[in-house]
Design a protein. Structure first.
Length: 546
């Protein structure tokens, strides 16, 4: 009960909202004067109300395209055919529209819906031969009376639209429905279907659709029960109550439209937006027009492919505005139906993508990332953690290897240092110091080992000292031979007696790798020298000097 009262309240608000739509054009026709139009314009005449989803889906892109044309305006008129019940009312609406544009012929006329063909002779009589673009729901037309009285056209009375092209300078784009494809879709999506319901209204197009559906069901689906639920025979509340009782496992529901008339305070009100309420019921509802699906919570349906259709429509409008006769433009006939679904509604009503036909299109289907966002983020975090672990593991192993290499290097350096300090050869590196005249006057001893300190510098506590401090009077020989080694860039070998330490040393002096420095190596030869005559000692030193 609460649900029904809520729906009823919603319905009343919708009715009040559209009060202004009641007989809008007939009322305007009583006092309308011709518009003062100076520029070229495209006139769009819609057979239905301004709120009809199907016609709005066509008008909105046309407005965008024409607005890009320099010097071309767009005017839209609505016939509101459901509000017209006889020729007198229609004549008022017709005169109201045509009178507004009588002073200047449109660049082209675009007719929406087969009932708008009621104006074809008047357009020709008033403006001559303007190009006409017809967006037709069917590929045929019939007597004028069927559109006013909302009667179906029997097959024997249907006249192909192609017969109108030359006479009325007309081209046609078909926007037909696909009843057979929709029934096959119901059988696929609802495997246990035994009954097919068609939701429609009192407009001509739905009377024609019901007429064709009755014959299609009887001929090709005799095992399925069929029923037409019309806004002309029941209220929205009655429809909702009825739909809430159906068995969704054995009933397939198709929706065309639900245009309803109501009388409020003596005014006739037309409501075309009830389809949104119907789509939110628990029963899955399949749309027969794409515009309805895109603006509601219905599950899906079979429609023409919108991309090639709108491409052809845009090209057609551009051609006629560029003075191409419409009769020279081929008709557009959609090759086949495309199964199309609202992805959110599909899942909400308990269906899965696996149930949908191959090559189906999905509206509002999330991208791969959106569908798997949590998994992708979790996987990314896990991968980042794994990479970080592998990096840290590799780094730890590398650091261990580096530490081990450093430890081994330190150990090797320590061993070499011990070997260097404790080897039986004294060593020094010395910088040659020059006096103002350029002669070598002294040595600055920069580096030594332990043996050298023991032999020559035991009493001096310093890391750097002069040769004159160590060798005193024995320095002159060392300076001469160091000068010779540095000048000739070769090793000099000699034996020298050092009075301070009372020792003989076998010495090798070589130029160091750095200019101005020498390396000197000392081997204690005191015992050997003591066994030689004094003349030999003198000879060794003399030979070195030479």
């Amino acid at each position: 009960m609460n649900s029904s009262r809520g729906i009823s309240t919603l319905h009343q608000w919708c009715l009040l909202l559209f009060t202004a739509l009641a007989f809008v054009l007939p009322a305007q026709g009583q006092g309308n004067k011709p518009l003062n139009i100076k520029s070229d314009y495209l006139l769009v005449i819609n057979a239905y109300t301004s709120d009809a989803p199907w016609s709005n889906a066509l008008i909105e892109p046309v407005q965008k395209w024409v607005s890009a044309e320099q010097g071309v305006a767009l005017f839209v008129e609505h016939l509101n055919m459901l509000m017209i019940s006889d020729t007198v009312q229609f004549d008022k609406v017709k005169r109201a529209i045509l009178n507004k544009y009588s002073d200047k012929a449109p660049k082209a006329v675009m007719l929406l819906g087969n009932p708008s063909l009621l104006l074809k002779d008047d357009i020709r009589a008033l403006w001559g031969d303007p190009p006409v673009i017809l967006c037709a729901e069917e590929d045929y037309f019939g007597p004028d009376s069927v559109y006013i009285e909302k009667l179906p056209i029997p097959e024997g009375e249907r006249v192909p639209l192609s017969t109108l092209a030359d006479r009325y300078n007309m081209t046609v784009l078909q926007t037909k429905m696909f009843p057979k494809d929709d029934i096959e879709l119901l059988k696929r999506m609802v495997p246990g279907v035994k009954k097919v319901l068609l939701i429609g209204d009192g407009r001509y197009i739905n009377q024609q659709l019901n007429y064709d559906m009755e014959r299609l069901m009887a001929k090709e689906y005799p095992d399925l029960e069929y029923r037409f639920l019309s806004a002309a025979d029941m209220s929205l509340e009655e429809l909702i109550a009825w739909l809430e009782t159906v068995d969704i496992d054995s009933t397939g529901v198709l929706f065309s439209s639900w245009f309803s008339k109501s009388d409020i305070a003596g005014n006739t009100v037309l409501n075309a937006n009830s389809y949104r309420v119907i789509s939110n019921l628990s029963v899955p509802v399949f749309a027969m027009k794409r515009a309805v699906l895109e603006n509601s919570s219905m599950v899906g349906g079979c429609f023409l492919d919108k991309t090639p259709f709108f491409t052809h429509l845009q090209q057609t409008i551009e051609s006629v505005l560029a003075n191409t006769p419409a009769r020279d433009i081929p008709f557009y006939i959609p090759p086949k139906a495309v199964p199309t679904f609202s992805y959110p509604s599909l899942l909400l009503k308990g269906f899965s993508i696996d149930q949908c036909p191959p090559a189906s299109q999905f509206i509002d289907r999330p991208t791969f990332y959106q569908r798997n966002k949590a998994l992708i983020i979790s996987g990314g975090v896990l991968m980042a953690a794994l990479l970080f672990f592998l990096y840290m593991h590799h780094r730890v192993r590398s650091l261990k290897k580096l530490n081990e290499a450093q430890r081994q290097q330190v150990e090797a350096n320590r061993e070499l240092a011990n070997l260097f300090d404790n080897m039986p050869i004294a060593y020094m590196k010395a910088k040659l110091l020059h006096d103002p005249s350029g002669e070598i006057a002294d040595l600055e001893i920069c580096r030594t080992n332990g043996r050298f300190i023991t032999n020559f510098a035991r009493s001096i506590e310093s890391d750097r000292y002069l040769g004159s401090e160590l060798f005193d009077g024995d320095l002159s020989v060392t300076l001469q031979l160091a000068k010779l080694a540095d000048a000739e860039k070769r090793a000099i070998t000699y034996t020298q007696y050092f009075s301070e330490s009372d020792s003989y040393q076998n010495i090798v002096v070589t130029p160091a790798t750095k200019d101005g420095y020498v390396d000197a190596y000392y081997v204690n030869a005191t015992q050997t020298a003591n066994r030689l005559p004094w003349s030999v000692h003198r000879w060794s030193l003399h030979s070195a000097r030479r």
